[in-house]
Design a protein around this ligand. Structure first.
Ligand SMILES: *[C@@H]1O[C@H](CO)[C@@H](O)[C@H](O)[C@H]1NC(C)=O
Ligand SMILES: *[C@@H]1O[C@H](CO)[C@@H](O)[C@H](O)[C@H]1NC(C)=O
Length: 209
């Protein structure tokens, strides 16, 4: 009985993870993002064929695989000299490359606010112009923002928060919402004078605490 419940829970979790990966980008310049789907199908098949404790072990392996891909989804984007920025806990990052520059926009989940005032700072940049470091408020790191629990959200720009009841993961799984958030980000980049064809986009979520 206990095993059965555990199994049901794990399958539900798998379903949620599958949704996340259905939105994965088929862009040719980020093959590793979708490469994990093969592994996903393989493990899913294994899952259907096995009916004992091996199932749980497969699920565990699959979660780890997905988790590591999830964390590295933004790796390998142009410019290659830039390290991937780290998604804040209780929030996430939207990233895009444009004109040999990498831009990431941190967003906090609803109910969380930025620890440092960044209302006039919509995104951070890593490029030759920034000596291939993130020009964040933190010195020398790839952590761009910190989201802390807060009843009011005043430290960030209006568009720097995921909608209520649609946190980073849910927004990522919802194609409509994801596209709207990316569109908004492109508009903000354009307003700041960054033209060009956006590519190597990613949407990563930090852990929820
Ligand atoms: C990376 O940085 C080095 C030195 O800063 C530079 O010579 C090289 O061209 C850069 N590579 C890329 C891919 O931008
Ligand atoms: C996806 O997001 C849109 C826009 O916020 C919302 O109207 C819609 O209900 C969401 N769909 C799901 C399945 O949550």
């Amino acid at each position: 009985m206990a095993l059965r419940m555990e199994f049901t829970g794990a399958v539900l979790q798998l379903g949620a993870l599958a949704v996340l990966f259905s939105g994965c980008s088929p862009e040719p310049d980020v093959p590793h993002v979708c490469g994990s789907q093969d592994e996903f199908s393989h493990l899913s098949q294994q899952l259907q064929l096995t009916a004992d404790s091996q199932v749980l072990s497969s699920i565990s392996k699959l979660s780890q695989t997905l988790h590591s891909h999830h964390l590295n989804e933004c790796d390998g984007a142009e410019p290659l000299n830039c390290t991937a920025a780290q998604a804040p806990e209780n929030g996430g990052l939207l990233c895009v490359s444009l004109n040999h520059r990498r831009f990431c926009k941190p967003l906090c989940n609803h109910g969380y606010d930025f620890m440092f005032l960044r209302s006039s700072r919509l995104f951070d940049e890593c490029s030759e112009q920034t000596s291939y470091t993130w020009n964040s408020q933190y010195v020398g790191g790839n952590q761009l923002a910190v989201c802390s629990k807060s009843p009011v959200t005043v430290a960030g720009a209006k568009t720097a928060y995921f909608p209520k009841e649609q946190d980073c993961l849910q927004s990522k799984a919802n194609n409509t919402l994801h596209a709207a958030l990316m569109e908004q980000f492109y508009r903000e980049l354009q307003s700041a004078g960054h033209q060009g064809e956006p590519h190597s986009t990613c949407h990563v979520c930090g852990h929820m605490r």
